[in-house]
Design a protein around this ligand. Sequence first.
Ligand SMILES: NC(=O)c1ccc[n+]([C@@H]2O[C@H](COP(=O)([O-])OP(=O)(O)OC[C@H]3O[C@@H](n4cnc5c(N)ncnc54)[C@H](OP(=O)(O)O)[C@@H]3O)[C@@H](O)[C@H]2O)c1
Length: 339
Amino acid sequence: MTTFRAYRIFKQDDSSAGRFTDLSLDELDPGEVVIRVHYSGVNYKDTLAATGAGKVIRRFPCVGGVDASGIVESSFDARFQPGDKVLVTGYEMGVAHDGGFAEFVRVPADWVVPLPLNLSLFEAMALGTAGFTAALAIHRLEQNELTPDKGKVIVTGATGGVSSIAIQMLSQLGYQVVAMTGKDSEHEYLKSLGASEILPRKSVELTSARPLERAQWAGALDSVGGDTLSWLTRSMLQNGAIASYGNAGGLELHTNVFPFILRGVKLLGVDSAATQMPLRKQMWQRLADDPSTGLRTGLKPRNFDLFAHTVPFSGLEAVFPEMLKGETRGRAVVQIAGD
Ligand SMILES: NC(=O)c1ccc[n+]([C@@H]2O[C@H](COP(=O)([O-])OP(=O)(O)OC[C@H]3O[C@@H](n4cnc5c(N)ncnc54)[C@H](OP(=O)(O)O)[C@@H]3O)[C@@H](O)[C@H]2O)c1
């Protein structure tokens, strides 16, 4: 192999833009492990990076793609051997280190997770950073005493990648899930994932001046931020907990202290990219454990086809503008080589 295909993002005036190029292994960022990439996936962060809509790239040029699954091609680290099935998500991938939108990726061995048994390379990327973040959010809420008997759990930005997966996982764990969405056409989709109620975004008065709203939610998973997160803080039940991981609707958070001092509301941050390896491996094991086989804490979704669809590598760029407009549904898995 002399060269291979990669989707590389270049600085362009004050912004950035991606395009397909041919690269050699020598041109990739250094690392002990070279992986032949089979699948990647499109995350909101990938879209911000590739289009320049968000200033997330910290080093130009950079191969995009925060996620990759594939097979070890070569390794200078004893933990990995050629032929091992592995996955990598987050860290600096796709923003400051050449990422997974390429036929090969070269990464530090400390970033590499052995593919858990019972998860295929395709399933690993149908989950990707999105599924990993959903698992971390659920883990954070559980650590803060959320259980299905406490009441309803609301998931915002419901048709998005992280949220679609979270809805299916939560419903499998026995939670009553309320899906908040801006898409009138996707209510049946959300019910098929396991949502018991749909809350259309336009039916909610997000920006009321009331310091507290009617208390409704025992737990919340938020992809949206901004006014939505502000409204969530004001509408949680006593001791309710919110996992905040997204900003699809805004960066700012305007609220007041009453939710915290009168209702004991907990606002929990989730940062998937920097998650340390022990917790990372624990979460990937939960993502591979199938709850239908009696593994009580298992999070493996029962039906990947519901939320994941495959796009060819050559079709990658078509996903970005749709995602930027909030018009995508679930996960686009990018097929780079065969399974
Ligand atoms: N903290 C972390 O570690 C971490 C990890 C992964 C992702 N994230 C963040 O989590 C968010 C979701 O990521 P994703 O990959 O799931 O993205 P995604 O697939 O694009 O989902 C975002 C969803 O948010 C809703 N939405 C979009 N624009 C909106 C707007 N202006 N106002 C309100 N809702 C809007 C849409 O759902 P509906 O139409 O159904 O409402 C959309 O499908 C992003 O902000 C991403 O950066 C963070």
